[in-house]
Design a protein around this ligand. Structure first.
Ligand code: HEM
Length: 521
């Protein structure tokens, strides 16, 4: 009783003094106090979380614990994965890299966060990859909905299904070699060449419709739409919604073009769907046989457990994301691989010897089954995927309900956690002399190497296109190196090819310029 009367008294005193403050306050002061109060309501919780909250026990740069600005700054400078890697060296395998973000760096963490059955869904960063406003197989966060959607495309992307498209893919490769031959002796940007090739291959392998950029030796506006999408999609996932809204208002022509990339990719994808539907109509409402086994056909024919079809916007978005995820990933990997072969003549010579023995005809495309077994070819590909995994930074996930314990520390639910393959792939205990490109290390592949290798991610969200990517990389590098020697141009500057990352890894100058010299026999 005594207590509550004291509180009542306190309240009257407080409200009385507040009233007198308000009565004496001018509008200017009121605005000032309100602004200070708003700023305090943002800053104080941040200070509390940085110094006293559950994540405060996790080491890391204090600025990162206080603001996402730390991470955004490094992202903006295309150095996110390299900077997080430095933090691991300084602080150990668990580092706080944002007010609500923890980076992890052990194989145990890989299992906890990504293993099949792990209950850590993708973080809200992935919402940004939903095209046409519809979640797709890449962006979906609901685990059950994702498993259902993934079933639609996983058969199409299986190795056995892809073999059906080999004759068409082989034609793209022969066209690629012909284009290289025409440009022999001159400096060629291989980022662009591999990109055109990757678009042709994805078109054939997933949609039954290729751009034929190699055959026609032309560009397609779609290529610029991909560039636009890459500039806009990852940052959209990192900025708070209101900051992103402001950013979208920047009125420069290039930026506005970049913002429209997603829409144009979906429109192009929509044209492919229209064409299939048109063929279906002409075929009396029945899907023609060749279309039924493409990703587009599967999407059109899909029915959920209630018999409902996918909305058209979702189909277009799903196709758009496959183009997006399936092009620059493989082409940038191939560009880095060619660069490593050009600058390490001893590795390129060894690869050439292997290929010459197994591919009697120069310019021909090897048999896929054979190429899958060629030791040095596969070692070169693995070593490139190790050093230049093209999604190199944290694959972000949310800590599920109830929180979790990692490295003896409690991590509350809703915290973003993630392992980055850039760091896992550079663990000296699995890969001695980790910064050096050494394909031979894969001849004695140990259990430890296998456990530390995740270029395509892991678990139920592992890359859906890894079979296409591996097929394309094997056939392309074998065909290219059998026919040409790759060399560095006289004015080569290694800084131009340094790995940068904006979620997707790319060479600093966005080019890998090499000279291809036809092989004499
Ligand atoms: C060397 C080439 C490639 C690399 C290194 C790569 C890497 C990755 C990684 C690391 C993920 C997991 C992302 C995460 O967990 O957050 C992923 C997912 C995915 N990738 Fe790839 N990728 C490559 C090529 C491709 C290709 C060629 C396609 C399609 C044709 C593709 C389609 C996808 C899709 C659809 C997903 C989402 C899978 C899901 O969440 O179920 N990727 N990729």
């Amino acid at each position: 009783m005594a207590d509550s009367s004291v509180h009542l008294l306190d309240f009257h005193l407080l409200s009385g003094s507040l009233r007198s403050v308000v009565q004496k306050t001018s509008i200017g002061h009121a605005v000032l106090y309100l602004s200070l109060a708003s700023i305090a309501s943002i800053i104080l919780p941040r200070i509390y979380s940085a110094y006293f909250g559950p994540l405060s026990k996790i080491p890391g740069p204090k600025l990162a614990a206080l603001t996402n600005g730390w991470m955004l700054w490094h992202l903006w400078h295309f150095e996110k994965c390299a900077v997080i890697h430095e933090q691991f060296k300084k602080y150990g395998p668990i580092v706080r890299v944002g007010p609500n973000n923890v980076a992890l760096n052990t194989t145990e963490d890989m299992k906890t966060v990504y293993a099949v059955g792990a209950k850590f869904p993708k973080s809200s960063f992935y919402d940004s990859w939903s095209f046409n406003g519809s979640p797709n197989v890449f962006s979906m966060r609901d685990q059950k909905a994702h498993a259902d959607r993934r079933k639609v495309s996983s058969k199409i992307m299986s190795r056995n299904a892809l073999v059906t498209y080999l004759p068409e893919i082989n034609q793209h490769l022969r066209d690629f070699v012909r284009v290289c031959g025409k440009r022999a002796g001159t400096t060629v940007d291989f980022v662009t060449q591999f990109r055109f090739l990757a678009l042709d291959v994805v078109g054939s392998a997933a949609f039954g419709k290729s751009f034929n950029l190699m055959r026609n030796e032309t560009e397609h506006p779609f290529v610029h739409d991909l560039d636009a999408c890459i500039a806009a999609v990852p940052p959209r996932g990192y900025f708070p919604t209101w900051v992103w809204w402001l950013i979208t208002k920047i009125p420069t022509k290039d930026w506005q073009f970049a913002l429209g990339g997603e829409k144009r990719i979906c429109e192009y994808s929509g044209d492919i769907v229209d064409e299939q539907e048109e063929r279906m109509k002409k075929n009396g409402g029945e899907m023609v046989k060749e279309d039924a086994n493409t990703l587009v056909g599967k999407m059109i024919n899909y029915r959920d457990e209630n018999g409902a079809a996918l909305p058209r916007s979702a189909i277009d978005g799903e196709i758009g994301i496959i183009f997006f995820a399936g092009t620059d990933t493989t082409s940038n990997t191939l560009a880095f691989m060619s660069y490593e072969l050009a600058r390490h003549k001893q590795h390129q010579d060894k690869l050439y010897e292997e290929l010459k023995e197994r591919m009697p005809v120069k310019g021909a495309v090897p048999d896929l089954v054979d190429a899958e077994a060629w030791p040095f070819l596969n070692a070169v590909i693995k070593e490139t995927l190790r050093l230049y995994a093209v999604a190199p930074s944290q694959l972000e996930r949310d800590v599920p309900k109830g929180g979790t314990h990692l490295h003896g520390k409690y991590i509350p639910e809703g915290t973003i956690v993630g392992v980055q393959n850039y760091s896992i792939h550079r663990k000296a205990e699995a890969f001695p002399d980790p910064e050096t490109f050494k394909p031979e290390r894969w001849f004695n592949e140990t259990e430890d190497m296998r456990r530390h290798f995740m270029p395509f991610g892991l678990g139920s969200r592992i890359c859906l296109g890894q079979n296409i990517a591996m097929l394309e990389m094997r056939l392309t590098i074998a065909t290219l190196i059998r026919s040409f020697e790759l060399t560095l141009p006289a004015d080569h500057n290694p800084a131009d090819v340094a790995l940068k990352d904006f979620w997707l890894a790319f060479p600093a100058s966005r080019k890998v310029e090499l000279v291809c010299v036809p092989r004499e026999e």
